[in-house]
Design a protein around this ligand. Structure first.
Ligand code: ADP
Ligand code: MG
Length: 258
């Protein structure tokens, strides 16, 4: 087994006043290195909560979350920061760009924190990536001078610039027109293929899902079903019943003849 992410009966509740609101209810899931996995589900089903747990920006209320072999609950703040900086690229739904920094500086930030590349090495990498996401003309613009789709592409470039082995993307194409969205998906797939980068991305767009090597579906904080991603599976998926809390899910990969 070569799971880069492993959740065991992971639960997350948020306190609203004195009431605990369950957002994830006993999710067990293994993600193998090199997967291109889509988390599907309607708004409020727990997609962002799940990605936040895997991305080490939040901790489970119960159960365990392992990332790259580490139980995240047992890591210190410093170790979590290292894991986020060196292993994970996170494309947040709300972008989380730094408002006072221009596009170039936003994308450069994780490289500066890593402190591994020289200025010219950083520049080469950043310029190539900004080219790839179609932002070359905007390097000196600040986030508030950009459209939603442009901000999203900055967030994508920032997540990819360190060449992380695991990329988490929360509805990465939600703010993009279909051509730009396709371009971003192509870039993600290319990195998946050439760098063996593992991708976990949430979406409720069937077109985006159709690119996944596997799909898991969330409903009301529970994993509901999984399948490979051809059109037939999509139809199958709709008919499957939610599985019991904590149950481990079989998952097929898309491989043409599998
Ligand atoms: P999705 O990303 O699929 O839309 P979320 O993970 O954002 O779903 O939310 C799952 C559930 O948890 C929803 O009912 C949402 O209202 C609730 N929730 C998410 N974040 C918080 C929070 N910070 N405080 C309280 N409830 C939250
Ligand atoms: Mg969300």
């Amino acid at each position: 087994m070569n799971a880069i992410v492993s959740l065991k009966n992971a639960t997350k509740s948020y306190l609203l006043g004195k009431v605990a609101v369950p957002a994830l209810c006993g999710v067990s899931l293994d993600v193998q290195a090199g997967e291109f996995l889509s988390i599907a589900g309607p708004s409020g089903s727990g997609k962002t909560t799940l990605l936040n747990l895997v991305g080490c920006v939040d901790t489970p209320t119960s159960g365990t979350v392992e990332v790259a072999g580490h139980n995240t609950a047992q890591l210190s703040e410093r170790e979590l920061t290292r894991l986020r900086l060196h292993t994970i690229g996170f494309i947040f739904q709300s972008f989380n760009l730094v408002g006072v920094l221009d596009v170039y500086r936003n994308v450069e930030l994780p490289l500066l924190l890593q402190g591994r590349l020289s200025g010219s090495e950083r520049q080469k990498r950043i310029v190539a990536l900004l080219d790839r996401v179609g932002l070359r003309e905007h390097t000196r613009h600040r986030p508030n001078e950009l459209s939603g789709g442009q901000r999203q592409r900055v967030a994508i470039a920032r997540a990819l610039v360190t060449r992380p082995s695991l990329v988490l993307a929360d509805e990465p194409t939600a703010n993009l027109d279909s051509v730009t969205g396709q371009n971003i998906l192509d870039l993600m797939k290319e990195l998946n293929r050439t760098e063996k980068t593992t991708f976990i991305f949430s979406t409720h767009d069937a077109r985006v899902m159709s690119h996944a090597s596997s799909i898991v579906r969330l409903a009301d904080g529970r994993l509901a079903a999984s399948a490979h991603s051809d059109a037939a599976s999509q139809a199958e998926l709709a008919e499957l019943e939610p599985m019991q809390t904590g149950e481990r899910l079989p998952r097929k990969r898309v491989g043409g003849t599998s």
